[in-house]
Design a protein around this ligand. Structure first.
Ligand code: HPA
Length: 275
């Protein structure tokens, strides 16, 4: 795995003439348009990068973008890998580790999620302040890759409080309502039953989805600071649970995505000014 990660990183260094990315960006379902705001962008399909997993989901393009966003040099993943697609968790986090080897110090992750906090409405945004791994597995299980990080990585500030403060302030200034809370990941691909939503709420989550947790585990293992946002695309709140159609999820994510993009851009710009 170490050799494969390095071959992928070395390939990208050569192709892109020794890039110096500062931030990694992973955009979830319906949240892609933020990538279009990147400037001076160079793009490579995942299929061109040695050892990169291949996308199975048609709607996920599977491209790595290098460009400028909010004053930072950003590596953006258009299309991510999910555990439910059959990838192993080390495959799911392979691109994050490659971005880490290329030098990113921050990772920004977005996703679509079901809201289980009773104050939430469809189309709203939640900034992730902590996470719960309900996948029953970890990308860090098995022999530790000591070159990447420690056997027992600390997770007490999995989502960086300083970065969160920038985004909180950005949302306030933009007058956008933004929840803050705990994201729990289940494997899926079926959505939750009402009993499962109740259970997820009971263990301390505010939103539930099928991604993000592995990527943040791999990033924290490497000492990378993380931030994350969920688009609340449906509700797992008793009395308000409806049949979930994927088109509705995409529509709600697109609705939330516009405001989310504004918060991210403005938060990055304020982080850049203070850097
Ligand atoms: N559960 C799990 N994943 C999801 C959901 C949900 O309700 N909505 C969007 N992704």
């Amino acid at each position: 795995m170490w050799n494969e990660l390095n071959e992928a990183a070395e390939f990208l260094r050569r192709e892109w003439n020794n890039p110096k990315p500062e931030i990694g960006l992973i955009l979830g379902t319906g949240l892609g348009p933020l990538m279009e705001q990147m400037q001076d962008t160079q793009v490579l399909p995942y299929s061109a990068i040695p050892h990169f997993p291949r996308s199975t989901v048609q709607s996920h393009a599977g491209e790595l973008h290098l460009g400028k966003l909010g004053g930072f040099t950003v590596l953006g993943m258009k299309g991510r890998f999910h555990y439910y697609e059959g990838y192993s968790l080390p495959e799911v986090v392979f691109p994050v580790r490659v971005m880490g080897l290329l030098g990113i110090q921050h990772l920004l992750v977005t996703n679509a999620a079901g809201g289980v906090h009773p104050d939430m409405e469809i189309g709203e945004i939640m900034m992730i302040t902590d996470q719960i791994n309900l996948l029953g597995d970890s990308p860090l299980s098995g022999p530790n890759l000591d070159q990447l990080g420690p056997r027992f990585p600390d997770m007490h500030e999995a989502y960086d409080p300083i970065w969160c403060a920038h985004f909180r302030q950005a949302a306030q200034q933009l007058n956008i309502r933004m929840h803050e809370g705990v994201y729990a990941a289940l494997k899926g691909p079926a959505l939750e039953t009402p009993a499962e939503y109740k259970w997820v709420r009971g263990v301390g989550a505010d939103a539930v989805g099928m991604s993000t947790v592995p990527e943040v585990l791999a990033a924290r293992h490497m000492g990378i600071c993380c931030a994350g946002f969920s688009a609340i695309t449906d509700l797992g709140v008793p009395g308000r649970i409806r049949k979930v159609l994927i088109q509705d999820v995409i529509r709600a994510a697109e609705q939330a995505g516009e405001a989310m993009g504004q918060i991210i851009l403005s938060g990055l710009q304020s982080a850049q000014r203070k850097a």
